[in-house]
Design a binder for this molecule. Sequence first.
Ligand code: PGA
Length: 249
Amino acid sequence: MRKLAAGNWKMNGTGADLAEIEALKAAHPAPSAEILICPPATLLARLSEAAAPAIASGGQDCHAAPSGAHTGDISADMLQDAGASYVILGHSERRSDHNEADADVAAKTRAAWAAGLIAVVCVGETEAQRDAGQTLGVIGAQLSGSVPGGATPENLVIAYEPVWAIGTGRVPSLDQIAEVHDFMRAELATRLGADIAAGIRLLYGGSVKPDNASEIFAVSNVDGALVGGASLKAADFSAIIAALETAPA
Ligand code: PGA
């Protein structure tokens, strides 16, 4: 399994920020971990060209339909045409800002697969759900509702992102991360079989920074990270990539 360092630029970045991609490429000419940047859609084509071949690119969302009368939306085919090989789906900001339910995420995942994209499906509990002891129940329901049949290591990545850790500087304890990641691996094994489940990369996301990346990457069943704020600057993201590349297998 090749580990994955994924950057989610969210609604940040214009042409000037392509310089960060050049810096990242220079710092990682032959990365052993896979590097992925998901910029805003307006930047995807230019970034894909600048990033290839060492760095992959992806979208941050797609519509479930391949085309049609959906003003403002973007299809998986369009992302693929703009150079993307991945798409983030079901991020908590999409779930909360756009009322995306698990069934919507599953439909988008099917659309992503039809376009040949790898789906990075996000799951995560709110702070209230964690305080109520519901974390594993919530994650299990999101996994079964958001991931359609037919998942493989080649078409699916899962990102565990506790909502309360995103953009807050707060991170779960390493034991809490291990508990959820071990649980997700077991859930996928029950559904897909142990061999397929073992190859699906499980990312942790939520306030991953250069100074906490190494300890997070040492946690069992953590195969990489989905990084927001710290992916915007090449120096920070590069340190996280380096931590991933030197983490225990
Ligand atoms: P953060 O965001 O690294 O800024 O906390 C992570 C994410 O939302 O993917």
